[in-house]
Each structure stands twice: as structure tokens, then as C-alpha cells.
Unconditional design. Structure first.
Length: 297
């Protein structure tokens, strides 16, 4: 009988010391940067009911462990809790915020998630991303950590000075930006096109000309390694459309805030190389965009 009791006690101790599946819990606080908002783009992220936050978890072999995500609308506690950690080991956590629900990656047999998987962004918005590594040991069940997130989009402000008074509208198009990024924040591809309307200043300068501009606006960034950013400026008056196809050697890369400036005379000089009785409509330029003194913060 004593031997049976001893064996039963050993069995109880063995069960008590054996980890059950899903026993490890990681609670990660997402440290968000100041939100970038843009009146001009009309895609502000504050209070956006479609925005999601959360984290992806990968093990030491880069195998997908799980996704934790939740609605950000009205959120004040920016934490994500993972309870599907069933094995001790080294893990990498990728935190994200302000990603639309439709843009989230989902793990499937046909398209498994890896750390090199790519997000496709449906619209320019203030997306934030960061990562943190953590080691889970068998003697500790609960973990807390902080994932610092960073802006991965770009911001652009642009102005055209010395514009004649008869110009009624000006828009700027970035035709070859990137809307695909990996977990490490690297952008690839040139498939995104974004058009922004400029606003004319309320008063003219001493020569009767105007400044047309738009304030800092969230834009799709250029792909990693880009050295020239194509820009198309379209201006219209009562009878004509002016199209300036040009480029800037100062690119809107991920995380940057950029200010670009040019003048109407500079645009005309580079686009109209000779006199023509008929007004031109479209000219392709191979030179760089004249910026004046750009400011990159």
C-alpha cells in the first residue's frame, strides 16, 4: 500500500510539473509614436473605426506562431496579449498599429506567413511598425514587454511659387510610389499612384502672382534604394492644361518628412524649350526637379 501511495504521489508531482499547451502568456505594450494626421489627404487615423493594432509572433526558426489583433477605435490601452505560446524558446514579436483590417496578412496553407511576408497597403495612412525579441523559459509562465513602433510611411509638403493669376487649379501626382512593405519596414514596388490638389494662397505677391501649396500630407514612400522620384504637375486655366513631367532627386522615403519647392518660371523654362503658336499640353522632362532649398527633417 505504501508503495502504491508513493507511485500515486510521484504521478501527481509529474502532472503538476508538466506544462500544458498554451500555458505561456506574453503581454506586449505597444509604444506608439505621435500620430501623423493629414487634413489634405482626408485619411486621418485618429478615431478611424477600421484601424487595427496587434502583433505577429514567430519562433526561433521563423515559423509563424500566431496573430493577435484588435480594433483601435476608442482604445486607450495599447497592449496585445499572446496566449498561444506552447514551447519555451526565443520569439520575435512584430507590433503594428493603424493598419486597416482588410490589409492584414492571414496565415494559410497556400500562403504561409514568414518574417519576409509583405503587406499591401490599400490607402496612404499613418501605419506604425516595430519589433521586439523575447526568450521564454520553462520556469516562467507570464511575460511582459514593450514594442516600440515607428512611422513607416512618408510625409510631403510641396509648393509652387510665382504662379500667374489666371491659373485655376494645380495638382501634383506621384506616379511610382510603393505600397508594399515587409515586417522590417522595407518598401518594394512602384505600383502606387497618389494625386494631391494644391490650394492657392489668399493674397498675391507684389507681382500679382500666387503661391500654390499643400501642407504635410501622408504619402506612399518610394521603394528602398530609389534615387529619383517622378512627379507630374498639372495646372489648368480657362482654356488650357499644362502638364509638367519631372522628377525630384530628394525622395519621400519611409519615415521621412520632406518639403519640396519650385517656381512657375522654373517649370516653364524646363518644359518649354521653344516657341509654339499652339499651347503645349504634355512634355516629358529628363532633368531633375528644381527644388530651391529643400528641408528634410
Amino acid at each position: 500500500m505504501r508503495k502504491l501511495l508513493s507511485l500515486a504521489l510521484l504521478a501527481v508531482l509529474f502532472v503538476a510539473c508538466t506544462k500544458n499547451e498554451g500555458e505561456y502568456t506574453i503581454k506586449a505594450k505597444l509604444n506608439l509614436p505621435n500620430v501623423w494626421t493629414s487634413v489634405a489627404s482626408k485619411l486621418e487615423t485618429n478615431g478611424d473605426p477600421t484601424a487595427r493594432m496587434g502583433m505577429y509572433i514567430f519562433d526561433n526558426n521563423d515559423a509563424y506562431v500566431g496573430l493577435v489583433n484588435r480594433d483601435m477605435a476608442g482604445a486607450t490601452d495599447f497592449t496585445a496579449t499572446a496566449t498561444r505560446i506552447s514551447t519555451a524558446g526565443h520569439y520575435t514579436l512584430y507590433g503594428f498599429a493603424y493598419i486597416p483590417n482588410a490589409d492584414l496578412l492571414h496565415n494559410t496553407d497556400a500562403s504561409p506567413i514568414t518574417p519576409s511576408s509583405v503587406f499591401s497597403i490599400s490607402e496612404p495612412r499613418d501605419i506604425c511598425l516595430g519589433s521586439q525579441e523575447i526568450t521564454v523559459i520553462s520556469s516562467q509562465l507570464n511575460y511582459t514587454t514593450t514594442i516600440t513602433l515607428n512611422h513607416i510611411m512618408a510625409q510631403l509638403a510641396l509648393s509652387v511659387t510665382g504662379v500667374p493669376a489666371d491659373i485655376d487649379a494645380i495638382s501634383v501626382t506621384l506616379p511610382s510610389q510603393s505600397n508594399q512593405f515587409a515586417f522590417d519596414g522595407t518598401f518594394t514596388g512602384t505600383a502606387a499612384t497618389q494625386t494631391i490638389d494644391l490650394t492657392r494662397a489668399a493674397t498675391a505677391d507684389a507681382n500679382g502672382n500666387y503661391i500654390w501649396s499643400f501642407p504635410e500630407t501622408i504619402v506612399f514612400p518610394c521603394a528602398a534604394g530609389t534615387t529619383s522620384m517622378p512627379i507630374t504637375v498639372v495646372a489648368t486655366d480657362a482654356t488650357r492644361t499644362y502638364t509638367f513631367n519631372t522628377a525630384s532627386t530628394t525622395c519621400c522615403t519611409s519615415t521621412t518628412r520632406t518639403v519640396l519647392t519650385t517656381t512657375w518660371n522654373t517649370l516653364n523654362y524646363y518644359v518649354t524649350g521653344n516657341l509654339s503658336i499652339q499651347p503645349w499640353t504634355t512634355v516629358t522632362q529628363s532633368g531633375s526637379f528644381i527644388l530651391g532649398d529643400p528641408s528634410v527633417n
